[in-house]
Write a protein that binds this ligand. Structure first.
Ligand code: ADP
Ligand code: MG
Length: 330
């Protein structure tokens, strides 16, 4: 069963591409998914599958050259793609906040940590500069930053990667957003710090009841964190399911491949299975199933027709021609 019933954020039939030399190159093809209240939803796929671009659409922070010919993104029954930029500024950071893989690129190197957290508070909340500074210290305490009174006077480069990511999380959570989008928040960190940051995100979610879209290429992270999973391949959703079904009964050969490439306790990294080939660049997308060229089970139809996303369970959908008859030949 999926947690909650009412979607808080709903992406519907999102189509996105880039105009390159007068040609429209499709990157995101009819992507739909929703996040219910209090849920952690994982968005998974290898690098280049369109995870970041999808989340940047929600924030309306897309590169200038991006074109969105179709789609709706509902939050509180408002279509974020249609509201004014002013309304979006009121939404960003307050209702929906985002953290990125590399905090150095999203923290401003010339302002102190205190100034950067205060700025968000002052933008969205009525308070004095002094109150904002005190609140910033409080926010840093929540993310377990030691000596926050000292840290607010420091610049981003004076902090370690893990501490910078904590600062980013403090900034994102400063106004208690209803949705947090975390784009590979731990990919740049080493394993122990990674675990601490994931624990922190989970604790904050339990305290604030925020919903989270956790973007990662690592199904191991998903297993520990998420309630529901969306698997993307080359700009399309190829499978989505509750956390139990995705591990117990994966249906798409791409999901199966991702799961096989997870290290287990008694395996060494060098012997790990990997999916042969790479994610194609959008200009090389072929007709049919975009995974077909890498799929050991592909047949003629896979190269010619796009499989529909079909329901294979109450909370389980898959986009694969093989899905319905997988059970008997497993
Ligand atoms: N500014 C851009 N111009 C053209 N193509 C882009 C741009 N940004 C991203 N893309 C393309 O969009 C695709 C999806 O990218 P991205 O969302 O970053 O993938 P992911 O986050 O899953 O690694 C990639 O093929 C990438 O090359
Ligand atoms: Mg990305």
């Amino acid at each position: 069963m999926r947690k909650g019933t009412k979607p808080l954020l709903e992406v519907k039939d999102l189509v996105l591409g880039f105009n390159i030399e007068d040609e429209f190159i499709n990157v995101i093809d009819n992507v739909s998914f929703s996040i219910n209240k209090g849920e952690i939803v994982g968005l998974v796929g290898e690098s280049g599958c369109g995870k970041s671009i999808t989340s940047l659409s929600v924030m309306r922070l897309l590169p200038r050259t991006a074109v969105v010919p179709n789609g709706e993104i509902f939050f509180n029954s408002k279509d974020l793609l249609k509201i004014s930029e002013d309304d979006m500024i009121g939404m960003r950071g307050k209702e929906i906040a985002m953290i990125f893989q590399e905090p150095m690129t999203s923290l401003n190197p010339v302002y102190t940590i205190g100034d950067q957290i205060s700025e968000i508070l002052l933008l969205h909340r009525k308070m004095s500069k002094k109150e904002a500074v005190n609140k910033s210290i409080e926010k840093l305490k929540i993310v377990s930053i030691p000596s926050p009174e000292k840290v607010i006077k420091q610049y981003p480069h004076e902090l370690s990667g893990g501490m910078r990511q904590r600062v980013m999380i403090a900034m994102a959570m400063a106004c208690n957003p209803k949705v947090l989008i975390a784009d590979e928040p731990t990919t740049a960190l080493d394993v122990t710090i990674q675990a601490q940051i994931l624990d922190l995100i989970k604790d904050l979610k339990d305290e604030t009841q925020a919903s989270i879209l956790l973007i990662t290429h690592d199904l191991g992270v998903v297993a520990e964190m998420c309630d529901y999973v969306i698997v993307m391949y080359a700009g399309r959703v190829v499978e989505e399911a509750d956390i139990y079904s995705i591990y117990e009964n994966p249906q798409h050969p791409y999901t199966v491949g991702l799961l096989k490439s997870l290290p287990t306790l008694n395996e060494i990294r060098t012997r790990l299975h990997t999916i042969k080939g790479t994610v194609p660049a959008p200009k090389d997308f072929l007709q049919g199933c975009r995974f077909a060229p890498r799929c050991e089970r592909a047949t003629d139809i896979c190269f010619n027709e796009t499989p529909p996303l079909i329901e294979v369970g109450d909370t389980h959908k898959v986009r694969c021609f093989l899905a319905s008859n997988r059970e008997e030949d497993k």
